[in-house]
Design a protein around this ligand. Structure first.
Ligand code: ZN
Length: 437
């Protein structure tokens, strides 16, 4: 039996190094043969024209054609996908276009594959500039010298889908935007505490999909739930062989950039240049997505960045490898968020003393969050969500089922408590203004 489906999509691509709009075509051909699902991305070959001061020149940019193989069953979706479950690049773009009125939508950069990265902004940005670099302000002993005259204003940033196969954070960010815009999430549930806290923050920046290339590589709105079997979720994230075996975590990190010519599927971790943005070459040649985050955070100088991922049994915040001076602020943040989650039945126990203990957090390696910390002084933390595709096991060895509703609640409670922490503790300039010399 052979079934051939094809979907053509045409769009405009603006490459920063070019001066003219150029068009290219993306064709996805879904070729189902037996158990193998062949996803071919074709015709990424286009001619780009650009000019320089000496006159017109032209250059042909050739992108490689990749074919990815995913077992057919791995691309099964649930029969009923909840209406609040907005996760694809197209769905998110449409949602932002139709639902953002109080905020401003801005394209903060383009991915390696040419996809726009959207951010939504609320409130007023910091006014004025500092007089020194962030490093200089630490040496001087006052971060206000970097953060500028209104350095005490509070700026919150939330971002999701640095890894394209981790959909929960996208759902959370989109629904948080809905709450800020209307007071309700996309289920119609009201969040009066979020509304009250948002009013006390000076600035909020939300990025639903940091890695649109990785997200677009996975042709699914929602994964089917597979009890405690994580094979499919892991395959979609970290990639694997044509027979469906997974590359796995952390093995996926041994090769950056990923070789897209290898048979099978590279997963949703990397951008179209094959780079896992959480582990970019931060001090060297950065990927365009990372550069967009660096530019944005330098411009906005956020106090707190919540970097939403998927990969825990119950929602869990990681301790970033960054400035030691921020450790006490992290511990307080951890208490706020995990107390909120425990009291709402979204942790192992309902005991805030147990769940809110920051000693539970493991310290990450040098990665995007440490890099953002050193770029702009923000406390930047990874939060790992459970997956909608499978259940982890609790301490009794039983499946810790998190329904899509619970996953969304956890996302919104995390943002709510993280924002409350920022409002009540006053931000970077209060947490650790600097060491006087
Ligand atoms: Zn991740």
């Amino acid at each position: 039996m052979k079934l051939l489906l094809s979907k053509k999509k045409e769009r405009f691509l603006f490459h920063p190094s070019l001066t003219k709009l150029i068009t290219h075509k993306l064709n996805y051909v879904y070729n189902i043969v037996g158990v193998n699902y062949l996803l071919i991305i074709l015709s990424l070959i286009f001619t780009a024209f650009f000019s320089n001061l000496n006159g017109q020149t032209s250059k042909t940019v050739k992108k490689v054609v990749h074919s990815f193989q995913i077992p057919e069953d791995y691309l099964r979706e649930p029969e009923n996908i909840p209406s609040f479950w907005i996760t694809t690049v197209d769905e998110v773009t449409k949602f932002l276009k139709n639902n953002v009125y109080k905020g401003q939508v801005e394209i903060i950069g383009k991915s390696a594959g040419g996809n726009p990265i959207h951010a939504v902004f609320y409130g007023k940005p910091r006014q004025g500039k500092g007089t020194t670099t962030f490093s200089g302000s630490l040496g001087f002993g006052n971060v206000g010298a970097y953060r500028g005259p209104d350095h005490k204003k509070t700026v919150y940033m939330g971002m999701s889908a640095v890894h394209g196969g981790e959909f929960e954070g996208i759902v959370g960010t989109v629904n948080l935007i809905s709450v800020i815009e209307t007071g309700k999430d996309l289920r119609g549930k009201e969040w009066p505490e979020i509304t009250a806290i948002v009013a006390k923050l000076d600035r909020i920046i939300l990025i639903p999909i940091v890695n649109p290339d990785g997200r677009a590589r996975i042709p699914l709105r929602m994964e089917a739930y597979r009890d405690t079997d994580f094979t499919v979720a892991e395959f979609l994230n970290t990639g694997g062989k044509p027979n469906g075996t997974i590359t796995g975590w952390p093995q996926i990190k041994e090769f950056i950039p990923t070789d897209f010519t290898r048979p099978g599927f590279p997963g949703g971790y990397p951008n179209d240049a094959g780079v896992n943005l959480q582990h970019d070459n931060f001090l060297g040649k950065r990927q365009p997505e990372t550069q967009a985050l660096f530019n944005l955070t330098e411009r906005e100088r956020p106090d707190l960045i919540i970097n939403m991922h998927t990969g825990s049994v119950y929602m869990l915040m990681d301790h970033p490898l960054g400035e030691p001076a921020l450790h006490p602020a992290f511990d307080t943040l951890f208490k706020y968020v995990h107390t909120g989650l425990a009291l709402n039945g979204l942790q192992y126990t309902k005991d805030p003393k147990i769940e809110g203990d920051p000693a539970r957090a493991s310290t990450g390696v040098y990665n995007l969050d440490g890099a953002l910390n050193f770029n702009c002084g923000a406390l930047s933390v990874v939060v790992e969500s459970p997956s909608h595709g499978f259940s982890g096991k609790n301490e009794a060895g039983e499946p810790a089922l998190q329904t899509p509703d619970m996953l969304l609640d956890a996302q919104l409670i995390c943002h709510q408590e993280a924002m409350r922490f920022l409002v009540e503790t006053g931000g970077r300039s209060v947490w650790t203004p600097g060491r006087k010399r």
